[in-house]
Each structure stands twice: as C-alpha cells, then as structure tokens.
Design a protein around this ligand. Structure first.
Ligand code: AHR
Length: 503
C-alpha cells in the first residue's frame, strides 16, 4: 500500500492565522436573508425578525466575518432604500437575480444581526450603477460619529454609535459581463481608485478591497488584476479572488483536486500583484481577499432562474451538499491556510440556504449541511502559526488539474497552548497510511483524530429528516514510535489530527 509522509518542524513557518480567513457571505439572494437569517413570525424569530436558531448555528460554525449585501445584488443596490421605517421602504426590481426586493432588511438590521452573531461586518459598495458619491454617503452613514446629515440619520434610526465597519469591498465582480454595470479593467480601475481615495478621506482607518477576477477561468484573468492594480495599488489593501467548484459533470477525481486549482489561482494573483508592485516601486505586499469560494452546482442555476416572473425571495441556488463536497470544502480551507502569508481575508459563499452550510425551511427548522463540519472544525482548531511543510505523497491523474498529490495537508502550531493541529485530506479511493515525523515537537502526543469520510457513501447528504447523516467520526489516534507517528486516513476523507504536550 502506498504511504504518505509529513515532516513537521516548528522552526519553518509561513505565518500567523488571521481569524478573518473564516468569513462568510450574506447576499440578498434567494432565501439567504429572507427565510434564512431573517424571518419575522418564525417561532425562533426575535422581535426584529432575526432567526435565533440560525444565529446559534452561525456562532457554532465559528464564522469570524460576514460580507454583505452582495455579490451581484450590490451592483444595482441603493443602500438608502434599506434604512428608516420599514413601511416607507420601496419595493424594487433586483436585476441580478430577477426578483423583487422588499428592502424589509437593510444595513441597520444587518449590523444588529452581525453583533448578535458575533461577526465582523464587511460591506460592499455599489460600483456597478453607482459611484464615488454614493459610496461616500454609505460610509458616512455607517462610520461617521455624528453632526452631519447622514450620520445623524443613522442616529435617528436608533444607532447612536457609529458602526465602525473596517472592511469595504469596492464593488463586486465588475469584470463579469453578467454584472449590472460591467466595466473594462481601465474603467473599473479608475473608478475604484477615485472611490478609494474619497472613502479614505472620510475614514482613514478602513481597509479596502479592489475587485480581482470573478474566476481564474475568465478570459481577462491576470491582465484585469494588473490593470486594476496599476490604478489602485497605493489606495487599497486587498485584491479579491472568487472561485467556485462545480461537481455537476460527475468527474469526482477532478472535483477532489479543486484545491490544486485554488492554490494555483492564489499563486498567480500574488505573482501579478508583486509584478505591479515592482513596476510601481511599492514595497508593501498586497494581500488577497478570497471573498467568494465554495463548491457550487453552478450549471444548474439557469434552471432556477428560467420561466418565472418577478417574485420575492424564491428558493435559488439551494444546493444539497454531499460527503464528497464536504471533503472538497475542507481541502479548500487547507489551501487558504497554507497561504496565510498572502491571503488575509476569505469568505465562504454563502451562509444560509444559498450554496450554504446552513439550511432552513421557512417556518421550519434549520440544520447543518455536510460542508458545515469541516468549516466549523477548521475555524475552531486552526490556531497559531501555519508551518511550512513538504509532504511526500502518492499521486493520481485528473482531467481538470493534471497530475495531483493524493494527500493535501496543512500543519499549525499554537505556541500558547503548545498544541499541534494537522488538517489532512486523502483524495484517493483507498485508505492512505500517513507517517508523521514530529522531530521539532517531540514532547507531543496524539489526542484526537476526527474524520469526515466519503468513501462508503460519497453522495450522502444531510436533510431535514436526517440532519446528521454526514458528520465527522472519531477514529483511533495515531500510533507513536519515538518522534514518529502513523495514522490511517480513510478513502476520500477530510481529517483533523490533534497533538498536545504530554501532561
Ligand atoms: O455567490 C453567488 C454569486 O456568485 C455572487 O452574487 C456573485 O458575486 C458570484 O458570481
């Protein structure tokens, strides 16, 4: 049987884990807001209409930050429609998802929800149909203490203290022809730079994200980033990246290698940003905000949109996630962690119902999809510093990503607790023996092996009737021989291996 090897030495580090890597995303799309996080009249709803069961699951998921209000939605959104007395708010056509937006939920409700969920808000401004002035107005409403029309309007709406939103996205996916207000890189780069300059005059403490490509497969990928950054480099803190992996074609071997594509994508965006920095004589290294990523059965979307009129909050993009999808999500998180030196923010898209780890029935219960589990465990146990490792692994051939390793892994050392955590994915269809050499951490012993294995029932999903069908299981911990440990990773599995100092 083929064996993989991993040598761990805390002397070799990549960087500390930023908690902002465990972000999520709430868009006015389908039932993410209406019927997801917000449902007045639901038995679990608080007086504002926020679903307490979804809030509890959000906290359990360990989400650190939530991006809002879109997504494609933001490119036609007028933020001021969503503030003030609910009865006075206009109903609008949402062109992005061909629905009617009631505006019953808006900025102030989101801020209340974010505080209850204990997450940092990340706001996106509309640079599709709007521009510098409207972005400044929104920032003034949200962050200016008072004494101006818009900050006093916020206070009149009940928020005496400024929200102090630190993270702001300069639009969304403006490279995509589907985007309302789609732009060339030149047009967007200029607008983003001017908006950034003005926003930082209002609040210099904010961090700004320029839109990168909406996917590595876009024809303009890399040249878009280069042009946008030529305009914006000195004004922004992050460049965004978005990536979704579609299981619809049934090529499971390729799907399981999705993280190889994400890894390459990150490397290419970093190379492009560093190239622009060199040209502009900038020494500050730009980071990536990977603010949309997930598994998404994207080729089914058109079916969701076709043949219906303008309706409120229809069920859209409500993918049921399999055990294999959960392994892929765990692997994407491994990749984000391994790039902790250059990926400073990340958001899984999305939080509730829409391509989401949390699923609800309107008027009914909420439950955890399979992909909930690797996210929650990674957010909980990825502490300290990411270590630089060179795993040795058998390899296999895929259609989409070529020759890839069977093992993917990341190791973290928490100097405070002394714990070592290893996340490991076995992409192969056979069990994989893994030998660990803990040469720099010889005082540690294995305390836990949790595994979410998809080998026996790859298409299993969690449903309202059977919400715990796909969950991680405890396995025997690694066997120890001096500084060496051996553990078996089940076929197609995501694994959490924890090691602690001997008592
Ligand atoms: O997350 C769903 C959609 O995917 C978002 O609205 C958009 O930004 C992306 O294309």
């Amino acid at each position: 049987m083929r064996t993989a090897r991993l040598t761990i030495d805390p002397a070799f580090t990549i960087g500390p884990v930023d908690r902002r890597l465990f972000g999520s995303f709430v868009e006015h799309l389908g039932r993410c807001v209406y019927g997801g996080i917000y449902e007045p009249g639901h038995p679990e709803a608080d007086p504002l209409g926020l679903r307490r069961d979804v809030l509890a699951l959000t906290r359990e998921l360990g989400v650190s930050m939530v991006r809002y209000p879109g997504g494609n939605f933001v490119s036609g959104y007028r933020w001021e429609d969503g503030v003030g007395p609910v009865g006075d708010r206009p109903r609008r056509l949402d062109l992005a998802w061909k629905t009617v937006e009631t505006n019953a939920f808006g900025l102030d409700e989101f801020m209340t929800w974010a505080a209850a969920a204990q997450v940092e808000p990340m706001m996106a401004v509309n640079l599709g149909t709007r521009g510098v002035q409207e972005a400044c107005d929104l920032l003034e409403y949200a962050n200016h203490p008072g004494g101006t029309q818009l900050s006093d309007l916020r206070r009149a709406h009940g928020a005496e203290q400024p929200y102090g939103v630190r993270l702001w996205c300069l639009g969304n996916e403006l490279d995509g022809p589907w985007q309302v207000g789609h732009k060339t890189a030149e047009e967007y780069g200029r607008l983003a730079a001017e908006t950034a300059r003005a926003m930082k005059l209002i609040d210099p403490s904010i961090s700004l994200v320029a839109c990168g490509s909406s996917g590595r497969g876009m024809p303009t990928f890399a040249s878009w980033e280069a042009t946008v950054l030529e305009h914006t480099y000195e004004h922004v803190d992050f460049i965004s990246a978005h990536s979704y992996y579609d299981p619809t074609d049934g090529d499971r071997a390729s799907l399981l290698a999705s993280a190889v594509d994400m890894d390459q994508f990150i490397t290419e965006v970093v190379a492009t940003a560093d190239h622009v920095a060199a040209r502009l004589r900038q020494t500050r290294k730009l980071k990536i905000s990977f603010d949309e990523w997930n598994v998404w059965y994207q080729s089914r979307v058109q079916g969701d949109l076709d043949g219906r009129g303008w309706v409120e909050a229809p069920a859209l993009l409500e993918d049921d996630y399999t055990a294999v999808d959960a392994v892929v999500v765990g692997d994407l998180l491994i990749t984000l962690l391994r790039h902790a030196d250059r990926v400073g923010v990340a958001a899984q898209a999305q939080l509730a119902n829409v391509i989401a780890p949390i699923r609800t029935r309107s008027g009914g219960p909420a439950w955890r999809q399979s992909i909930f589990h690797p996210f929650a465990l990674t957010a909980r146990y990825a502490r300290g510093t990411v270590l630089r490792t060179e795993p040795v692994s058998p390899r296999y051939e895929t259609k989409r990503c070529g020759d890839v390793p069977v093992l993917d892994t990341v190791a973290l050392h928490d100097e405070e607790s002394g714990e070592l955590t290893v996340f490991a994915v076995n992409r192969g269809t056979e069990d994989l023996p893994l030998d660990l050499d803990l040469r720099g951490l010889s005082g540690l012993h294995p305390v836990q092996h949790l595994s979410l294995a998809a080998g026996d029932a790859p298409d299993a999903i969690n449903t309202e009737a059977e919400p715990d069908r796909v969950t991680p299981r405890e396995l025997p911990t690694a066997t120890v021989d001096g500084d060496r440990c051996s553990v078996r990773l089940p076929a197609i599995s995501w694994n959490l291996l924890r090691f602690a100092p001997r008592p």
